[in-house]
Design a protein around this ligand. Structure first.
Ligand code: MG
Length: 282
């Protein structure tokens, strides 16, 4: 009898495309630290930015195959946002709409530390995005201070960029993490200075008129040809809101700017193209 019930449930789940897995359980705790109240947040019982490998194991390190130039080439129907030229450099601005101070060097966009994020002139919602990045060849700093940047879909949801090659940090903040929410399945990072690829399928969140999220954002991320986020539903925002706390969903428009983060390290980007997809696309 029990078996039959389970089978029926499986069939229902299989035919209902909008059904999703149970959302992770989020709990919060306020702790007093040095006379200050600090918010701690836990996802399925694991502290955000947990560094103890006994509680949050480090993703396994895997070796990606060589850069695949054919796979990285923009398909005919993709919108090329940056291809190394002056013309496509003009597709980008600072977040106040002024010209960006990021540098165009050797066909790459390089973050100029202290100049702020860069963003696309155009806004996007659900999409497939190809973007390439290289963390600095000259290794400086450690943990979150080494080769840190980020790709922000809709200016909101960060796929972390970090030099995670032999550089340990909290798993939900390493390269390929949905920052503070979901660690990558494996660590597929290349060496500092080497070009790396992200192929991201992103489904935007949907909000009702009251500002509540009725469908959470979803990410699939392929890093250097290896799937590291597998149709992951974001339980909330990825904005940093304290040492062990991150932001909640906040209602926003159906489209937003694609942004890359200035986190004080000269990370480079190149070959950026995007395909807009229907919100319900597979
Ligand atoms: Mg970052």
């Amino acid at each position: 009898m029990k078996k039959k019930t389970m089978l029926t449930l499986a069939l229902i789940a299989g035919t209902t495309a909008t059904l999703s897995a149970a959302p992770p359980v989020i709990t919060k705790e306020i702790r007093e630290e040095n006379g200050k109240k600090v918010e701690y947040m836990f996802i399925d019982g694991i502290k955000v930015h947990e560094e103890d490998p006994a509680k949050q194991p480090q993703p396994k390190v895997v070796t990606p195959s060589a850069y695949d130039a054919a796979a990285a080439k923009a398909p005919a129907d993709a919108k090329v946002l940056f291809d190394g030229t002056e013309v496509t450099y003009k597709n980008w601005t600072a977040t106040n709409g002024e010209p960006t101070k990021w540098k165009l060097i050797d066909g790459a966009l390089e973050s100029a530390p202290g100049t702020g994020y860069i963003q696309s002139k155009e806004k996007f919602g659900s999409c497939r995005l190809h973007i390439e990045f290289a963390t600095p060849t000259k290794v400086q700093g450690s943990g979150q201070g080494r080769g840190n940047s980020g790709v922000f879909l809709m200016g909101q949801y960060e796929v972390q960029v970090l030099d995670s090659y032999e550089n340990v940090t909290y798993p939900d903040g390493q390269c390929g993490a949905l920052y503070g929410r979901s660690k990558p399945l494996v660590n597929a990072s290349r060496k500092p200075g080497e070009w790396q690829t992200y192929d991201i399928t992103f489904h935007r969140p949907i909000f009702n008129e009251k500002g509540e999220v009725t469908r959470r954002a979803r990410f699939t991320v392929i890093h250097n040809g290896i799937k590291i986020q597998d149709n992951v539903e974001l339980s909330g925002g990825t904005g940093w809101a304290g040492p062990h706390s991150i932001s909640e969903y906040a209602k926003h428009d159906d489209k937003g700017f694609l942004q890359m983060q200035d986190h004080g390290n000269p990370v480079r980007f190149r070959n950026i193209w995007i395909q807009e997809i229907a919100d319900d696309a597979k």
